[in-house]
Design a protein around this ligand. Structure first.
Ligand SMILES: C[S@@+](CC[C@H](N)C(=O)[O-])C[C@H]1O[C@@H](n2cnc3c(N)ncnc32)[C@H](O)[C@@H]1O
Length: 237
């Protein structure tokens, strides 16, 4: 907010014909940027409310794809999410392995987190039920492999120990049969890591922590907290 003094001095700059000084006095470019960012946030939230209507733990793949009619619908290109990506990498490096050969990322979206996960592995494979998101992920990261569809529709679905690590970050909430999914990644990965928004713990935590040898930690950005659960896959136990 401008104080009355700011307005008075802007007015006196204008009286002298110094428009630039008046603009500086009121910090107008910064205020315009704040208004634009706020407007974008309101539009994105309104869109997601519409697109994700009826989306619960019910494999609503069509609506998830609809959400991607706008770019970056979850605002992954934000300070908060970048912090989450770095923290997730830290947990992997410290608790799973500092370096991995192959990594499967389930629910990779447009590849924002894939870009950060790629720092830890030689070869990243990302899958997502949204073909729109996968097309953008391909364009963002031509060095990775991406495929549209869920875990059960992939040619390697039944291969035990196929990946050094399988991650499922912020995705488990959308699935109707989480125990089946957790068993599937337990077979596919030599290690597995699931992350979820802390308030969702009452819905998903018991199932994740029921995986053999599962351990958990958490990390935050301001008031937002996430939980990471990891364990060794069945071929490594
Ligand atoms: C909230 S976004 C998270 C994106 C990314 N994992 C991250 O943490 O930044 C959830 C993503 O999971 C995808 N998704 C939901 N159910 C899925 C499933 N059964 N298999 C693969 N992807 C799924 C959605 O399309 C969406 O791109």
């Amino acid at each position: 907010m401008s104080t009355l003094d700011d307005l008075r001095s802007a007015l006196s700059h204008l009286r002298r014909g110094d428009v630039r000084a008046a603009v500086d006095e009121l910090a107008l470019p910064m205020r315009a940027e704040q208004v634009r960012a706020r407007a974008q946030q309101v539009v994105r939230r309104t869109w997601m409310k519409y697109a994700l209507r009826g989306v619960r733990q019910n494999d609503a793949h069509g609506r998830l794809d609809l959400a991607y009619s706008v770019p970056d619908p979850w605002h992954m290109d934000s300070e908060q999410e970048r912090h989450r990506f770095l923290e997730t990498n830290r947990v992997i490096a410290e608790r799973v392995a500092p370096r991995l050969g192959t990594l499967l990322e389930v629910g990779c979206g447009e590849g924002h987190q894939s870009e950060v996960l790629m720092r830890l592995c030689d070869q990243l494979t990302g899958i997502d039920v949204s073909p729109k998101a996968i097309e953008r992920a391909h364009r963002r990261l031509p060095g990775a492999t991406f495929a549209a569809g869920d875990l059960y529709a992939q040619p390697w679905s039944g291969q035990r120990g196929r990946f050094d690590l399988v991650t499922a970050c912020e995705v488990i909430y959308y699935m109707s049969d989480r125990p089946r999914f957790l068993d599937a990644i337990d077979a596919l990965g030599k290690a597995c890591l699931v992350t979820y928004f802390a308030p969702a713990a009452k819905k998903v935590e018991a199932e994740c922590m029921a995986m053999p040898g599962a351990r958990k930690t958490s990390f935050r950005f301001a008031d937002t907290e996430w939980v990471a659960v990891w364990w060794q896959g069945s071929t490594a136990r």
